[in-house]
Design a protein around this ligand. Structure first.
Ligand code: SF4
Length: 262
C-alpha cells in the first residue's frame, strides 16, 4: 500500500450532470481507495495515468489540507446538495487513523448544506454517529450492498467489509434516527429473495444499479465466466432482484415486465 499526502487547491467539485441522487457538488477527502473493488471506475475520472489506474486499490493520496480548503470554500457549500464521496469511500480503513472525513464533516456541519449524502461500504461510519445526528433531516447515508453473499463479495470487493458488518452498521444508524438507504449497485450475483430479506428489516428503501463495465470489461467478464455466473448479468436476474425488493417494500413500484402481486 502506498499512502502519500498531497495539497489541493480545492476539495469542492461542482457537478453538472448528477446521477440518481441529485446533488450540486462532490467532496472527496482522499484520492484512491484501499477497498479496491474490482468494478470500481473511479480511477477513470481521477487519473489519466494508466499505472495508477492499474494499481487502483493499492494507493491513497491524503488531501492533507482538505479541512483548510473546505473552510475557505464553505460558502460554496451552503444551501447546496453535497455528495460525499464520489470517487473514494470516505470511511475506508485509513479514516480510522486519520479522521479526515470526520474533520471535513465538522466543517460541513457549520457550512449548512441543503442536503448531505454520504455513501459508504464501511461500518466505521458508526464512530461518527453523534456528529451525523447533528445534521438532522438534511443527511442521508447510503450503504452499498450489492449482494447477499460474502463468497461473491470476496470476488468483487475482497478488501471491503463483510455484508453482515454493513447491515449491522446501517441498523445502528437507522436506530439512531439517521436516514439510511441501500444501494444494490452494481448488482452482483445474489439470491434475490435472501437479499430482500436481509435488507428489509434495516432499510426503508433501496435502489438497483447495473454493472458499469467502463474500461474493465474484459477482466470483469472473466470473473463471471470463470465461475459460471454469466446469467447474473442478464436482465432477467435484475428483474428478479427488483421484484424481490419491491415485494419486500423496498422499491416504490414494481419493475417493468412484472405483474403486481404485493
Ligand atoms: S469502495 Fe467505492 S470508491 Fe472504493 S474501490 Fe469500492 S467502488 Fe471504488
Amino acid at each position: 500500500m502506498l499512502i502519500t499526502e498531497i495539497e489541493v487547491r480545492s476539495v469542492v467539485t461542482r457537478q453538472k450532470n448528477p446521477g440518481r441522487i441529485p446533488f450540486d457538488i462532490t467532496i472527496n477527502p482522499y484520492r484512491g481507495c484501499l477497498f479496491g473493488c474490482a468494478y470500481c471506475y473511479a480511477s477513470e475520472f481521477v487519473y489519466e495515468d494508466p499505472q495508477k489506474r492499474a494499481a487502483w486499490g493499492q494507493w491513497v493520496e491524503v488531501k492533507k489540507n482538505a479541512v483548510d480548503a473546505l473552510q475557505k470554500e464553505s460558502r460554496k457549500v451552503t444551501g447546496q446538495r453535497v455528495f460525499f464521496s464520489s470517487a473514494t469511500d470516505p470511511y475506508q480503513p485509513l479514516e480510522r487513523r486519520l479522521g479526515l472525513t470526520r474533520a471535513c464533516l465538522e466543517v460541513l456541519l457549520m457550512a449548512a448544506p441543503a442536503h448531505l449524502h454520504i455513501q459508504t461500504r464501511s461500518p466505521h461510519i458508526t464512530r461518527d454517529i453523534e456528529l451525523l445526528q447533528r445534521f438532522g433531516e438534511s443527511l442521508t447515508v447510503g450503504f452499498s450492498i450489492p449482494t447477499d453473499s460474502d463468497i461473491v463479495r470476496k470476488v468483487f470487493e475482497p478488501r471491503a467489509p463483510s455484508i453482515s458488518r454493513r447491515l449491522k452498521a446501517a441498523k445502528e444508524l437507522h436506530e439512531a434516527g439517521i436516514a439510511v438507504s441501500a444501494s444494490v449497485a452494481p448488482l452482483l450475483p445474489c439470491t434475490p429473495k435472501r437479499l430482500a430479506r436481509l435488507l428489509a428489516p434495516v432499510f426503508p428503501e433501496a435502489w438497483v444499479g447495473g454493472m458499469n463495465f467502463h474500461l474493465k470489461e474484459t477482466e470483469l467478464r472473466q470473473l463471471y465466466t470463470e465461475r459460471g455466473w454469466e446469467h447474473f448479468l442478464t436482465h432477467a436476474h435484475r428483474l428478479e432482484v427488483e421484484t424481490a425488493l419491491w415485494e419486500a417494500g423496498l422499491l416504490p413500484s414494481p419493475p417493468r415486465g412484472t405483474i403486481a402481486a404485493r
